[in-house]
Write a protein that binds this ligand. Structure first.
Ligand SMILES: [Zn+2]
Length: 66
């Protein structure tokens, strides 16, 4: 196997299209995640992408303040 799941970045899913393509929170413009190089999760604790993790932190802060 050439794909090692542990080496792939896990983004936080932003939106899931009808065709199954998933866009990540850290993408400036919505586009499909390259599933060969990365993957996604809806579990904020499971995110491994540094940019998505930053966004999660901000989301958490906003939620606790609300
Ligand atoms: Zn990301």
């Amino acid at each position: 196997m050439t794909t090692n799941p542990k080496s792939r970045v896990r983004h936080l899913a932003k939106s899931i299209r009808n065709d199954g393509a998933v866009s990540a929170m850290c993408f400036a413009r919505p586009r499909a995640i390259d599933m060969k190089r990365a993957t996604w999760t809806t579990d904020r604790k499971a995110v491994t992408c540094p940019k998505c993790a930053e966004i999660v932190k901000r989301l958490m802060a906003g939620q606790s303040a609300a």
